[in-house]
Ligand binder design. Structure first.
Ligand SMILES: Nc1ncnc2c1ncn2[C@@H]1O[C@H](COP(=O)(O)OP(=O)(O)OP(=O)(O)O)[C@@H](O)[C@H]1O
Length: 764
């Protein structure tokens, strides 16, 4: 399938009248060849090469230019001290090798690095090329010549009543037998399955995505570990460490009181938890939690096979387990309760579970009534509500769930060990606070799981998010350090690294959009994160600018995995109501029965356009309006450019036929009107991300290799990215003037209207 993925794009995609001839001619002449060259180019991973090494000569040169130009760019630039933070993870984006393109200094933007010294540091780079994507490739040296998407995309048939009924009946075991086999994730696997052209599965050795160099590079961004901090890092920003007045104490000011009220949710007869019963009083302010005691409890798990082997071998992909194990201090520093939580969260979310490994004594007694209450966890194990896990993923028996759900939180620290500084934002699934770890002084973000909408148990979206985020380790994915609990078991917080901005909020404050070289820097990081996700069988399904965090060191990180999903695992119907409307792929809008990683790539196209123009590309108000906006800009698709289009459930009437692709008008090569300019190759990438046919849409890996990243202006180094005043003191909600419609709200509305699950699609 992947083999033909991009083959037809150039011939079939609409182009606007002006650019049509030129682009088509170029594309026809060079299209396949270009693409193959880009895809297969050994020297094409320049960005990754550049990561973590920093070209000193170039830096010096560019810095001077940077200083001259800093006035003209949004925000300021980091101080020299932060610039010198070049040993950091990734160290900044090195200048890609030009592969024959001669970059003129005059074409460079501030912070853009030359690739002149690439050769000189090549050998070093081969050691340091630690990005996960690189490591997924053969030998860590160069991409394999024909890397394909690993597994057939997902996949379901919403219309098949039989399937739906079976799903709903949760007769998972029997249904599973009739379904396609799961991705090969048996325990012993240390390999990643790749689809080969003949459709078979090719097993290629998988490298740990968290090898030492990754660790080295990522941890170099981290502040030193505090002695006795359990490996947690000290605050990255000492300014934040001003002693909090009593008013600042968590749950102590007015809002906090309110929050604490909110936090309090009846504990559903949970009486055996450490917080509810075992240790009745919540941990007092200032009280030091007995760190010794908690691990002791946890260690009842047989270490050899418990969570690490049981979970990590089975979950997202074998690599992840290795990642976590082979890690580094940072990985080890993660509390083992997180591991336990992962395992248990997984058990709750229906993943295969090695619960037998748990020492029975580790469980607490739970009466039958609790069992009843907690079986709702299983009931609510749906994908955004309308799908069902039962098709093939064996679920733990309801009677097992309560024990696990209770134990899952045992051993977690209390949220009282954090001082709440301010509320950052509130999303669909949780409120996010900025807080300070009282022990270490580290500034973190705490995402409180929203419970109020989940009458029937712990929200599965949150379990999934916790589960996935604790498993993923990549410089472009926000790091979840641990999970802590509030005054009741219903008050759960994810402790994340704190990031000063999200891109949506940031762009709302910027006077000018990001420059091309800045967009390249951001897109490269984003693509690396998405490639890592897709390589590890995860679809994000809600990529948008508000879910992309940026810190003042130029690091971009993907957050909000509430809608994320493993793909390739045995199967269940997935909702098409994922991805916030503005970033939602046309196949989802049209109710396609199959979807896969390509939906994330469409979102990336929308994000790239938004970064360049500072405006959302398609800001529809409804699904229909969204499609209409897309068709007006890209042309109305048809069978020629998108085979299978006419059979999509949503295509039940004739759409107005917009004949041309007008995208180039929005992003011209040159502009006198202030429109964002984009070179031919940049436009080519944008077009490939916004390709209608998901089979032809570009993959994250191919996008990373796109020539746009090798041409001038080169990607700006992270350390030369502009800095912006931290928005932490503000509630980001107040900055959010426009917010794209929320997919879950939309879903609820639809379900209410329909009274049942429709076939999906705008007209379906
Ligand atoms: N680690 C973090 N550091 C700083 N801010 C963060 C962090 N994580 C999230 N935020 C802020 O909180 C906002 C909401 O977070 P998140 O998207 O995870 O919540 P959500 O409830 O899933 O939101 P949504 O409604 O977008 O799905 C983000 O847009 C971002 O502004």
């Amino acid at each position: 399938m992947a083999a033909g993925r991009h083959g037809g794009y150039r011939e079939n995609e609409f182009r606007d009248r002006e650019s049509n001839f030129e682009l088509s001619r170029r594309d026809f002449a060079n299209g396949k060849e270009d693409y193959d060259r880009v895809r297969n180019s050994n020297g094409s991973r320049e960005y990754e090469r550049g990561r973590g090494r920093g070209d000193i000569r170039d830096k010096g040169r560019v810095r001077q230019k940077d200083i001259k130009e800093r006035e003209v760019v949004n925000g300021g630039y980091r101080s020299a001290s932060s610039k010198s933070d070049s040993g950091s993870s990734g160290g900044g984006i090195g200048g890609p090798r030009r592969c024959g393109l001669a970059a003129r200094t005059v074409d460079r933007e501030p912070g853009e690095l030359s690739s002149e010294s690439d050769d000189a540091i090549e050998s070093e780079s081969q050691v340091k090329d630690a990005s996960v994507s690189k490591l997924m490739e053969n030998g860590g040296q160069s991409p394999p010549p024909q890397r394909k998407r690993k597994f057939s995309p997902i996949i379901w048939d919403r219309d098949e009543k039989e399937v739906n009924n079976l799903s709903r009946s949760r007769a998972s075991m029997t249904v599973a037998a009739a379904l396609p086999p799961p991705p090969p994730l048996p325990k012993a696997y240390r390999q990643s399955p790749n689809v080969v052209p003949d459709g078979g599965v090719q097993i290629s050795p998988v490298k740990s995505t968290k090898d030492e160099s990754v660790e080295r590079s990522s941890s170099s961004f981290e502040p030193p570990l505090a002695p006795g901090s359990g490996g947690r890092a000290l605050s990255e920003s000492p300014v934040e460490l001003s002693p909090g007045s009593p008013k600042q104490r968590w749950g102590n000011d007015l809002e906090a009181e309110q929050i604490e009220d909110d936090d309090y949710v009846p504990t559903r007869n949970i009486s055996s938890s450490r917080w509810a019963a075992g240790n009745n009083s919540p941990v007092d302010e200032g009280e030091i939690v007995d760190d010794e005691e908690m691990p002791r409890r946890r260690r009842k798990l047989p270490p050899s096979e418990s969570l690490e082997s049981g979970v990590q071998n089975k979950l997202l992909s074998p690599e992840l387990g290795e990642l976590r194990r082979e890690g580094s201090e940072r990985s080890r520093a993660k509390s083992s309760e997180s591991d336990e939580l992962v395992a248990r969260a997984r058990s709750l979310s229906g993943d295969d579970y090695t619960g037998n490994n748990l020492d029975k004594d580790d469980y607490m007694e739970i009466d039958e009534e609790r069992n009843k209450n907690y079986s709702s966890v299983s009931q609510s194990d749906t994908d955004s509500g309308d799908d069902d896990d039962s098709r093939g993923t064996p679920e733990p028996s309801p009677s097992a769930l309560p024990q696990r759900s209770l134990n899952m939180l045992q051993g977690c620290r209390s949220v009282d060990e954090f001082e709440r500084l301010n509320r950052i934002d509130e999303g669909t699934y949780g409120v996010v606070y900025r807080a300070r770890d009282k022990k270490t002084g580290e500034i973190v973000a705490l995402k409180k799981v929203k419970m109020e909408k989940e009458k029937e148990g712990f929200p599965m979206t949150s379990l999934r998010e916790i589960n996935i985020l604790l498993s993923l380790h990549n410089p472009s994915i926000v790091d979840v350090k641990e999970v802590v609990v509030g005054s009741s078991l219903d008050s759960i917080f994810m402790v994340m690294e704190y990031m000063e901005h999200d891109l949506k909020g940031l762009m709302e404050t910027m006077k000018q959009p990001f420059s091309q070289s800045e967009v390249k820097c951001l897109m490269l990081q984003l693509l690396e994160g998405v490639k890592y996700l897709h390589d590890n069988w995860v679809l994000h399904r809600d990529l948008k600018t508000s879910n992309l965090l940026l810190n003042n060191r130029g690091d971009l990180k993907i957050c909000d995995f509430g809608l994320a999903r493993q793909y390739g695992s045995p199967l269940k119907p997935y909702t098409h109501l994922v991805v916030t409307l503005w970033y939602r792929a046309p196949e989802l809008l049209l109710g396609a029965k199959l979807y896969s990683t390509a939906i994330d790539m469409w979102s990336l196209g929308c994000i790239m356009a938004e970064l360049l123009s500072k405006e959302p590309l398609f800001n529809g108000k409804t699904e229909f309006d969204q499609l209409d906006k897309i068709f007006r800009i890209l042309g109305t698709p048809n069978e020629t450019i998108w085979p299978g289009f006419s059979k999509l459930p949503g295509v039940k009437v004739n759409f107005v036929k917009h004949q041309y692709n007008l995208l180039r008008k929005k992003f011209p090569a040159t502009s006198f009107t202030g429109s964002p300019v984009l070179s031919d190759s940049g436009f080519d990438l944008l077009n490939k991300l916004l390709t209608y046919d998901p089979e032809k849409r570009i993959t994250a890996e191919a996008a990373l290799n796109h020539e746009w990243f090798r041409e001038v202006p080169l990607p700006k180094s992270k350390e030369f990215m502009p800095t912006f005043p931290a928005q932490h003191a503000q509630d980001r909600r107040t900055r959010r003037i426009m917010k794209s419609p929320d997919p879950l709200e939309e879903q609820r509305r639809k379900e209410l209207q329909q009274g049942h699950l429709g076939t999906g699609g705008v007209l379906g």
